[in-house]
Design a protein around this ligand. Structure first.
Ligand code: B12
Length: 407
């Protein structure tokens, strides 16, 4: 079974009309399409960057506030400039886009414009007809991000749909143990609605401010059933991560339980061997039994993000990740129950007798001191890990040279 069609959808800058695109997104998903939704009020640069990183087949734009001829053309032009004109552009905007406008937009390279009164079914059929064929000849990547995006698609497509690996991807993926660890890999997990995405976005802001040259990658997951579509919506929540120094990729779980996709391990390994300081991996909202990073073997630190409203103290005994996480975050700590949650979780962690950290955050609050502390903890753990791996590397060198001298 071939991989689902991936499209990116967005609403242009200075436009908040998102109700049409929300309806269209749901219809696409119902018909097996994976939709990466970027949200509303998005610039040409943000849309093109996201489309290239996500390596989608097409971009669907919903535009109501005018300027559509220029905006759509600017998206097409920037895709061309970036060597990504195999990503097509289509869209609509009810009665605000006239037939004359649409003719001009088509001349400028837009694939199709849908008018008021078009049925959702017709739009779905168009996407299937026009974008389902696999892209055989890809343009030569013009940037490292584009090359990486193509490779990630190759890995994901090699897995097809479902658990079983179908064919080996052509890309060489280094074994994490045998390679120099370029990036620190941090795994974020926790129940749906705990605020993982917002928290990651705030950490990204701190990272970008602290490292003017640094780069970070995010591998984000949303659930999907085998052969069905998915709404990959984390980008719509991200504000600070709309930056050229952030590479983000959204993945559907494609039927795999546990919070990750069948292709995650290989995709993560590829990102970790690329030039990022950090690779952040975000699971889908997970349940009590989930241990998403256990089998993975390539995550350096794990962060469990909790919502203070988890129910009674007894529930905490059942959350396996509380035994495994390096850092536990009580997000939304401005909520009434947060103090109780902190002390109950603290007691629960004491039973483990491990060096686990507990941090309270309010990720939605700008400059939250809790997020500052979390960022500091993650940075310190990384510095400690790098110097310990350097020490063990130096010891190994020492042993090798002693052996050479003896022989
Ligand atoms: C709903 C609506 C709102 C809601 C938006 C709610 C929301 N969250 O989206 C509210 C009330 C908030 C609103 C506010 C405003 N609105 Co208003 N709004 C509309 C309205 C009534 C419907 C738009 C809509 O959602 N249609 C439903 C969709 C599903 O149907 P459709 O539009 O026919 O689209 C078809 C195709 O084009 C296709 N399609 C659409 N997008 C896409 C994308 C893709 C990828 C594909 C494949 C297909 C596709 O799908 C449909 C299939 O039949 C239109 C008037 C109208 N009748 O079009 C005005 C309208 C768009 N709004 C207008 C204006 C001026 C405003 C405000 C500026 C008003 C103000 N002064 O505050 C604000 C701006 C808000 C903002 N932040 O941008 C004007 C725009 C005028 C212009 N461009 O010249 C319009 C045309 C009303 C008018 N006649 O004056 N608005």
């Amino acid at each position: 079974m071939p991989s689902p069609i991936r499209v990116l959808t967005a609403v242009p800058i200075c436009d908040g009309h998102d109700s049409a695109i929300n309806t269209i997104n749901l219809e696409f998903i119902r018909h097996g399409i994976e939709v990466i939704y970027l949200g509303y009020h998005r610039s040409v640069g943000d849309i093109v960057r996201a489309a290239i990183q996500e390596d989608v087949r097409a971009i669907g734009i919903s535009s109501y506030n005018g300027g559509h001829i220029e905006f759509f053309a600017a998206v097409v032009d920037l895709l061309r400039k970036k060597g990504a004109d195999d990503i097509k552009v289509f869209g609509g905007g009810g009665g605000t886009i006239t037939h004359d406008d649409a003719a001009m937009m088509r001349r400028k390279g837009v694939d199709e414009i849908f008018f008021a009164g078009t049925s959702l079914d017709d739009m779905v059929k168009f996407v299937h007809r026009r974008y389902a064929k696999p892209r055989t000849k890809r343009p030569r990547p013009k940037s490292l991000d584009q090359e990486l995006a193509h490779s990630l698609s190759e890995i994901e497509e090699a897995y097809g749909i479902g658990k079983r690996k179908r064919r080996k991807p052509k890309i060489k993926i280094a074994n994490r143990k045998s390679q120099i660890a370029n990036s620190r890999v941090i795994g974020f997990t926790g129940p749906g609605g705990a605020g993982k995405t917002t928290l990651i976005d705030e950490l990204v802001l701190r990272f970008l401010n602290q490292n003017p040259e640094g780069r970070i990658a995010i591998l984000s997951h949303d659930p999907s059933v085998v052969g069905k579509g998915a709404l990959l919506g984390d980008r719509a929540t991200m504000i600070n991560s709309q930056d050229d120094r952030v590479f983000m990729r959204s993945m559907a779980t494609r039927g795999q339980a546990g919070g990750l996709s069948p292709a995650t391990r290989d995709c993560l390994a590829l990102l970790a061997q690329s030039n990022f300081d950090y690779v952040v991996i975000e699971t889908v909202g997970t349940g009590q039994e989930a241990m998403p990073f256990q089998k993975n073997g390539i995550v350096d630190s794990t962060v469990l993000v909790m919502n203070p409203d988890y129910g009674s103290r007894l529930q905490l005994q059942k959350i396996v990740m509380l035994d495994l996480a390096d850092i536990v975050v009580v997000n939304k700590s401005d909520l009434q129950r947060a103090r109780t949650a902190h002390s109950e979780i603290e007691q629960r962690l004491e039973q483990n007798r491990r060096d686990q950290q507990l941090v309270d955050t309010v990720a939605k609050r700008h400059r939250d001191p809790g997020v500052d502390r979390l960022f500091e903890l993650i940075s310190n753990r990384s510095v400690a890990a790098v110097s310990s791996s350097r020490r063990s590397g130096a010891k190994a060198d020492d042993r090798r040279s002693k052996r050479r001298r003896r022989s």
